[in-house]
Structures are given as structure tokens and as C-alpha cells.
Design a protein around this ligand. Structure first.
Ligand code: ANZ
Ligand code: ZN
Length: 814
């Protein structure tokens, strides 16, 4: 019977029956936590992306298992979230029903992938046993001042009728429905991720992560060193503070700009300008952050009528409001230096504000305004002549003495807004009491269960707000009637700690046992999409650090080593999408060829971290390769009792060489997720075996060893097939309980080659030299050969010419 999907089913059943992948909790000496980013249980079948991520990470995990690691490889579902809710709105099927149905389907399909998951450790984030602990984490953060409520302008999707995190706004539009995002003021819960901004940066160099991802996080955190400088407001005892990275340009300030949302606006605006200021603020409210930051958009803004006083020279400068200054960054207020800043320059030009140069280029070369580089200060009082670098320090130092400035580090990172006005999520475990205010739900009352019967059609209000039996409760402090928080938690909260739950998923007294997870974590290898670089991966790091500081675990980072898989494109080279009709359905291929052919093609056909276009010819070639291996095994088994020799000649040496090269190559490349070159090595070994098999007289013992190693090397990539071949060879179940082959470093040099030796152009004898011998070694071998004594007797050697790998010509004189 040739390899097929039947083979898959046969071994999947056996693996399950024999609990082959049960994680051994008793011995953690060589524990290895291998994790793929868990997936959202959508209704569709597993797509190519799932196979690429899960299937090949599974291959890696299988190899590590064979290398003696006690591999912990769990799987679960990121099950809360918008898609199920939107689906429910469309179809009327309750999110809980559709989600669990999808989970069951996906579980079945994942089992049919034949991956090494130990399902006893499954985690489902929408299960009360799980979100109870998500809520518990919320409460701990609240207790430690890391969760707080704030009224804030939030991104609002008018179509989804929900608040969006900054990361969910793509080019000013809702990530999911592409509707333009507007602003709305709401009281929301935030997690204080900014408290960890510096640590999140500091630990990045220690992580074995793709450099690109580290860079994305670095930029996202956006550390910026500068100073806060105070300007007195003319005619008021109030001051305003600006954040600047260019204190060296302080003498060039010609106006000051407040963000339209700034609370100081009322203070500085004069009656005469109040109406235009109010009008402008209304206009700015409607802009998205992206629009406001845009460098191509024409600058807008209005004068407030107020003036500020430059602390360094007491100059009076007008105060404007403009939307290019953001409320949420720095102090929400900017000292404008049009001579040296692009945006200020553009603004000054448009509104006819003065432009005053205070920096010249260091080498005296002519430069145009705006000149935005560092240089030498001019027209800057006592600081003239200093370099920008010096002046940035000296000017702040001087003002510091007068309490008018301080050095300051700012981060672009904002606190994480976690409230969602949605139904399908973990309820926020907070109660509001008229007398006691904000009261956390007592831990023993967790979980705050999400009620089933809720009208979740969006109308701008949280669906739970309309569910009276949910909303009405009693105050845990005073016992009076009180109301619950009607919002649910961002699903990124659910996924920010799931990897901590897997190892202890049945624990009903605590989210996880501290001692146990200190042994099980960090995750040794984490594999998933690069699109999670800024959100999930940053949130997970933050939550881990916060839990560490609250005393619940003892490690600093959740994911030691990270790999991003690439993307498999359609045969046309563009992203697979239903509308383009270029999608690949794994199921069709698996039915035709078996899952191992599919998996092996994914391994061989792409550079793992890059991906690339799908090729039908590619998968057919892989199918032929699998058949070739099968025929080799079958022939060998059939001829097992045939004639055999013990000799190790050139042919045997070649086979030994290819075999050892393959073992080394696969071991090293697969370790780095370079599966394509790994499989190429296995193919070379197969070819070498075919060549050897064609010989009349074979060393069967040697050949068997090579076939055995071939199957071991191929097993992670074609697990069912190799288990079947292993059985065919008459070996003991299971191939996955075997040791990964090791190579002999001495066997990594291809053995000797034969070279002809000519004397004055005539071939006289032959020598054997190492494949990699240099010319000098070849000369020596030619001269030291016993025949040399005969042919060179009484002759004078004039010169020796070596044609590498071919011949040696010895020119002689009588
Ligand atoms: C004066 C100045 C002169 C500036 C100059 C730059 C060049 P990063 O590196 O991103 O931190 N800024 C400060 N707060 C802002 C806000 N809320 N919205 C918009 N812009 C803001 O950038 C810091 C610089 O961005 C600050 O330095 C400030 O402009 C501006 F020749 O101050 B600078
Ligand atoms: Zn109360």
C-alpha cells in the first residue's frame, strides 16, 4: 500500500492510543516549551497559513523530541473577539455557540494534521475557567496601580460602534471594516504599560528575536531624550510646559503651540479669539491622529490671543493652537522653531510668523532653512558658538537652576486602553457604588460570568449595559445596590498571558502555580506571524513583567526565542484571497497526496521566514520524492536476505560521506528553521542510496544504516510516512522514540580521489589523494609513490605541474 491519507489516519490513531505525545511532568531537566501563537477559531478549515505555522513548527518540535528534549507543545484558542460577535449580528447564531462549534472543528483538523500537541493542556480563552484568571490579573493590576480609569478621547469606529486601540486604526480607518475612525470621549480602563517602557527596551537586546521585530518594538516604545521647559503665560500666574529634543534652538522660538485638546487653551485664549478657538477645536476633534501627524496635509491652526514668555530671553511669543501638536505626547505643547523644524517652518510660512535662525552648519557650508541638523549656535546670547550637543545640555542646566527646565525622557508608547464596548469578551470585574465608588469584585466572586442572553446588536452602548440581571448587583463593601462595569476586556488581554496558563491549565485555585511555571517558562521557541510584533508581543512582555513585580513569577521575559513564519502566496505571486480566487485549500491536496506530502512541500518549497508563491509542480515533485523513498525501502526489505559484502570501498565511502553530511546539514539547518535546505540534504542522501543500490554487490549492513538514518532525518517532516516505513523496515514502534542521528566529523570529508601521474606527458601510474589535498600534498604523494622510484630513477626533475583533481605532470631530464 503506497503512502496516502490512510497512512495518516492509521498512525494518528496509534499515536493517540499510545499517548505518544504526553508531556512528562516528572522530569524537566531537558524541558523545551515550544509554542505557536494560538489561533482564532474561525469557521473555515485550516488554511495554508495554519499548516505553514503549525505543521512546520511541529516538525521542529519532533526533531527536538528525538534529540532528547522533553517537549511541551500545547495548543489552544484565542476565542473571544469581534469576528464571532459580528458573525452573530449577521446570522443570529450566538457567539458562544459558533465559537465552540468552530473550536471542535479546528481541534479535529489539528489532530488530523498529526501534530505533537498534548491536548490535556488545551486553553480556551472564552471558557469561564480561563477568563476567571484574566479577570484576576485585572484585579491585581488594579491593586498595584497598574490599571486605572481615565476619561480620554478614544478612537471610535462609527460602523462597528466600538472604541479601537491605536494599533487597530490603520491609516485612519478601522482595521476590520475600514470605516474612517473618529474621536469620542469615554471613561475607559487603561493598563499602565508605560511604567515598563524603559524595561521593555532594555531587555530587547537579550532576546533571540528577529532584529526587525526588536526594531519595531523599539520604535513603538519610541524613547526620546530631551527636556521640559517652562514658559510663563503673559498676564497670568500659570505657566505652560513644552517638551523639546532641541533645547539648543530655544533662542529661535517665535511662537508656541498647544494641542487643541489642551486644558490650558481656556486659560490663554482671550475673549476676542474665543469663538475662532472653539470653532477650531471642534474641527480638530474630527481628525484622526494619522491625519493630524501627516506631513503632507496642509497645516491648520488659530491664534489664541495669548502670549508666552521665553525663559531664556524673556521674549514674548504668541500662543497658537494647531492640530499638528498631539495632546497625548510629551506635554501636549510645543515651542515652535520654524528655522529648524519642518512642521514649524511650514506653519510659520502659512501664517506669516517670524522665522529666526539660531543654528548654522558646523562646516560653514551654506544651508537653507529649515535647517534641521545639529550645528553651531548663533544669535543665542551666551550660548552662541556652542555646538548643538553642548548647548542642549548647558541651556537646560542654566534654566534648571531657576526651576524653569528639567531633562526629560519621553516615550511614544501610550498606556493600553483595555475597555471594549462589546459583548463577546471577558467582563471587567469592577462594580460602581454610589457611596463607595469604584469597588473591585472580590476574588472569591470570580469569574464575573458573561451572561448568555444578551442583545448584542451594536447601538453605541455596551451590550451588557442593557442586560439588567448582569448590571444590577450589590456593593461588595456596603451591600447597597450597585452596577457592574458594562464593558469587556480587549482580547489582547486574554492573549497576553495564555502561555502562562498552558502548563497549569487545570489549576482552579490560582492562575498558575508559581514554582511550576518558573520551571516551565520562559517559552523556549515561540513561532507566529510578524504582524504581532507591536501588540501581542509587547503586551505579553508587559504582563509577564508586571506579574513578576507583583510576585507571581520569577522570570523577566515570556519568549526566549522567536521565529516569524513567512507568507505563502498564491501561484500568481500575490496574497491569497477569496476574491482573487487564488487560494489553496490544503484539504484537496491532503486528500490527493496525504498530509505529509503537503507538509514536506511547505518545508522544501519555501524559505521558512520568507514564504513565497505556491507551486503545483512543486508539490507533485515532492509526491514523487516520497514515492522514491518508499520504493527504496520496499526494495531493500524484499532483498534483505540477498548477497551482501562487508567491504568498505570507494562506493561505500561515498555513501558514508553523503550520509554524514546529511545528518550534519539537517541538524544544523532545521534547528534554525531552515527546512528547505534540510530537505534538500535528505534528497541528496536518497539519491546516493539509489546510486549505491544500483551496484551489483552491496554492503547491506551499511545500506541499512543509511536508510535508517534517512528515515530518522525525514521523520519530523513526513511523520506518518516515516512511521510507516519504519514499521516496514521491521523496527520497533515508534520512530519518534528513537534518538536523532549524530554524525562522525571525520566522515565529513569526501574520501580520496584518483589522479593520474604523467612523466613528460605520458601517464605512467595513478595515485590516491584526499579530495581536498592541496597542490603541495599532491606533489608529495606523486613523488612518494612506490612507482615513482622506478620511473624517476636517475632522472632530474625540472618541474611538476598539478592540474587539480585530475593529473600531475612531472617534467624530467635525463
Ligand atoms: C522644538 C524643536 C526645534 C523641536 C527643532 C524639534 C526641532 P520626538 O523625537 O518624537 O520625541 N513635539 C513635542 N511634543 C509634541 C507633540 N505633543 N506633538 C507634536 N510634536 C511634538 O520629537 C520631539 C519634538 O517633537 C520636540 O522637539 C517638539 O519639537 C515636537 F528644531 O521642540 B521640538
Ligand atoms: Zn458601596
Amino acid at each position: 500500500m503506497a503512502y496516502s491519507i490512510e497512512t495518516d489516519r492509521k498512525w494518528q490513531q496509534k499515536w493517540e492510543e499510545t499517548k505518544l505525545y504526553k508531556f512528562d511532568r516528572s522530569n524537566l531537566d531537558k524541558k523545551l516549551y515550544c509554542l505557536e501563537m494560538f489561533s482564532y477559531p474561525s469557521g473555515a478549515n485550516l488554511h495554508v497559513g495554519h499548516w505553514y505555522n503549525f505543521g512546520l513548527t511541529d516538525s521542529w518540535a519532533r526533531m527536538k523530541r528525538m534529540q532528547g528534549y522533553n517537549v511541551f507543545h500545547p495548543m489552544g484558542f484565542d476565542a473571544f473577539g469581534l469576528p464571532a460577535e459580528n458573525y452573530a449580528i449577521k446570522t443570529g447564531i450566538h457567539p458562544k455557540d459558533s465559537t465552540y462549534k468552530n473550536i471542535r472543528t479546528m481541534e479535529k483538523q489539528l489532530r488530523e494534521m498529526g501534530a505533537t500537541y498534548d491536548w490535556d493542556y488545551e486553553v480556551i480563552t472564552c471558557a469561564p475557567e480561563y477568563y476567571k484568571w484574566t479577570q484576576w490579573i485585572f484585579l491585581q493590576l488594579y491593586k498595584h496601580g497598574l490599571a486605572y480609569r481615565k476619561k480620554a478621547p478614544v478612537n471610535w469606529c462609527p460602523s462597528c460602534k466600538t472604541v479601537l486601540a491605536n494599533e487597530q486604526v490603520i491609516d485612519g480607518a478601522c482595521e476590520r471594516c475600514h470605516t474612517e475612525v473618529t474621536k469620542k470621549d469615554l471613561t475607559q480602563w487603561f493598563f499602565k504599560i508605560t511604567a515598563y517602557a524603559q524595561e521593555l527596551l532594555d531587555f530587547l537586546p537579550k532576546l533571540d528575536w528577529p532584529e526587525k521585530t526588536k526594531k519595531i518594538q523599539t520604535n513603538w516604545i519610541g524613547r526620546s531624550e530631551g527636556a521640559e521647559i517652562e514658559f510663563k503665560i503673559a498676564g497670568s500666574d500659570k505657566t505652560l510646559k513644552v517638551f523639546t529634543t532641541r533645547a539648543d534652538t530655544l533662542y529661535g522660538v517665535t511662537y508656541v503651540v498647544l494641542a487643541p485638546e489642551s486644558e490650558l487653551t481656556d486659560e490663554v485664549t482671550t475673549d476676542e479669539y474665543r469663538e475662532q478657538v472653539e470653532e477650531y477645536r471642534e474641527f480638530a476633534r474630527k481628525q484622526s491622529e494619522i491625519e493630524r501627524m501627516s506631513t503632507v496635509k496642509e497645516k491648520t491652526g488659530v491664534f489664541t490671543g495669548g502670549y508666552a514668555i521665553n525663559p531664556v530671553n524673556d521674549e514674548k511669543v504668541p500662543i497658537w493652537i494647531a492640530d499638528y501638536v498631539l495632546a497625548g505626547y510629551g506635554t501636549g505643547c510645543v515651542m515652535a522653531v520654524p528655522a529648524h523644524d519642518e512642521r514649524d517652518y511650514e506653519f510659520a510660512k502659512k501664517f506669516n510668523l517670524p522665522i529666526k535662525r539660531v543654528i548654522r552648519s558646523k562646516d560653514g557650508s551654506p544651508d537653507e532653512l529649515p535647517f534641521t541638523e545639529d550645528g553651531i549656535l548663533v544669535d543665542s546670547g551666551e550660548f552662541s558658538g556652542m555646538t548643538s550637543e553642548q548647548a542642549r545640555i548647558e541651556i537646560v542646566k542654566k534654566l534648571q537652576k531657576e526651576n524653569m527646565a528639567e531633562f526629560k525622557v519621553n516615550y511614544r508608547l501610550r498606556d493600553w486602553l483595555v475597555s471594549r464596548q462589546r459583548y463577546w469578551g471577558a467582563p471587567i470585574p469592577i462594580i460602581y457604588c454610589d457611596d463607595c465608588g469604584i469597588v473591585p469584585v472580590p476574588e472569591e466572586d470570580l469569574p464575573v460570568e458573561l451572561p448568555y442572553n444578551v442583545e448584542f446588536t451594536p447601538d453605541g452602548e455596551s451590550p451588557l449595559a442593557k442586560c439588567e440581571e448582569f448590571m444590577n448587583t450589590t456593593c461588595p463593601k456596603c451591600g447597597k445596590p450597585a452596577r457592574r462595569d458594562p464593558d469587556t476586556l480587549d482580547t489582547f488581554v486574554c492573549s497576553s498571558w495564555y502561555f502562562l496558563r498552558y502548563p497549569d491549565n487545570h489549576n482552579d485555585r490560582e492562575p498558575f502555580n508559581r514554582e511550576w511555571i518558573n520551571k516551565m517558562l520562559p517559552v523556549d521557541k515561540y513561532v507566529g506571524g510578524a504582524e504581532h510584533a507591536a501588540m501581542h508581543l509587547l503586551y505579553a512582555r508587559f504582563i509577564t513583567k508586571a506579574l513578576r513585580d507583583m510576585g507571581y513569577l520569577d522570570f523577566d521575559e515570556p519568549f526566549k526565542s522567536l521565529v516569524h513564519q513567512g507568507t505563502i502566496l498564491g501561484p500568481d505571486g500575490s496574497r491569497m484571497s477569496k476574491s482573487k480566487g487564488n487560494t489553496i485549500s490544503p484539504d484537496d491536496y491532503i486528500r490527493e497526496y496525504g498530509s505529509d506530502v503537503f507538509r514536506l512541500y511547505l518545508a522544501f518549497g519555501f524559505s521558512y521566514t520568507e514564504g513565497g508563491p505556491w507551486s503545483d509542480d512543486g508539490i507533485k515533485a515532492i509526491s514523487r520524492f516520497v514515492n522514491r523513498v518508499e520504493r527504496l525501502v520496499e526494495k531493500f526489505v524484499a532483498e534483505k536476505d540477498g548477497e551482501s559484502s562487508d567491504s568498505i570501498g570507494a562506493d561505500e565511502k561515498e555513501l558514508i560521506f553523503v550520509q554524514n553530511t546529511a545528518i550534519k546539514g539537517v541538524t544544523e539547518d532545521a534547528e534554525k528553521f531552515q527546512f528547505n535546505t534540510s530537505v534538500a540534504r535528505i534528497m541528496e542522501l536518497t539519491n546516493a542510496l539509489y546510486k549505491y543500490d544500483a551496484l551489483q554487490v552491496k554492503n547491506r549492513k551499511l545500506m541499512e544504516e543509511a536508510i535508517r538514518n534517512l528515515l530518522l532525518l525525514l521523520a519530523p517532516f513526513a511523520p506518518h510516512f516515516c512511521e510507516e516505513m519504519w514499521e516496514k523496515m521491521g523496527y520497533e514502534y515508534s520512530i519518534f522514540n528513537q534518538k536523532w542521528p549524530t554524525y562522525d566529523p571525520k566522515a565529513l570529508v569526501r574520501d580520496t580521489i584518483e589522479m593520474a601521474v604523467q612523466i613528460n606527458g605520458q601517464v605512467k601510474y595513478k595515485i590516491q589523494v584526499p579530495q581536498d589535498a592541496d597542490n603541495k600534498a599532491v606533489e608529495e604523494a606523486a613523488l612518494n609513490d612506490e612507482k615513482a622510484a622506478v620511473y624517476l630513477k636517475d632522472k632530474e626533475i625540472v618541474k611538476i605541474i598539478v592540474v587539480p583533481k585530475r593529473l600531475v605532470n612531472i617534467v624530467v631530464k635525463k
